[in-house]
Write a protein of this length. Sequence first.
Length: 318
Amino acid sequence: MLSLEQGSFADKKDHVGNRLSEMRKSGDGREMTVLTRETVREIVQAFQKSGLEMCELTIPEGVEEIADAACIGMEQLQIVHMPRSLRRIGMLAFYGCRNLKEVHFPAGLKEIGTAAFKECGLIKITVPLKVNSMGSEVFADNPLKYAEIEGSSTSAAMFRGCRRLTRIVLGDRIRTLAEGMMRDCESLKSICIPESVKTLEKDVFRGCRTLSRVRLPESATEIGAGAFYGCGIRSIRIPEKIRVVRAETFCMCEKLGVVWLPQNVVCVESGAFYGCTALKKVCIEAELGRLAGLEIGEENSPLLAAVLRCGVKPEEFK
């Protein structure tokens, strides 16, 4: 194992600029020190010739950006230490680094590009507070067991296919759980969604077949189609601000036995409860006389066949 620190290949500060990185213009016209793909490959290849199979990369202070695809497919990388100066990690930067198990993100990091760590070997990650922009599939298809998001940013398919993920901690600044964010996280059994969340986008938990305990925040105003498709939830209370239960929201939730609907719900779209074969009881906040205006779409026979209880207040639902 060898750490590729600044001192390993550079004795002078200006040599780092020439060898490790280069100066580029950022989006706002400011010059940034960028770690390039060509540089990383040259260094890793040099150490491969020395007979080293795995390496630990320490990026020196002063580097502000890791370029797109800088370390793509480098299966020699096992650990990456990032400098405090780092602000951006480019798209595909570490894509396919299957042996990369450990990454240390600096507190000042602001942006992580699309699929930057897709198909790596990461076990645990914490996304820093200041990260405000992430591309899709950032950590998709990793053997992650633990993940934490300190800031407000999420992204589409962020953890998709992380089949070993058992725990995720969501910070109280998050407003949106992005489309397919935790799709096919098959080992996730429960999740605490903070009250700051207003929108759960489509397919957010689709395929999380062991997810049995979910408490939806009362702040939520929209739950996207297919959000809990094929999950293992046993009971669910729809937040009071939800007006439409979208298509396939709880489709194929075969263990779902009890549902509570707020009086604000005016429509249950097609297939929202299709395949919910265990559904036995539906509790509705509205009184029986107000149900005439409730529109129920096709392929919701489990909902219609269940025992209906009207006038059930949220505090009475268990």
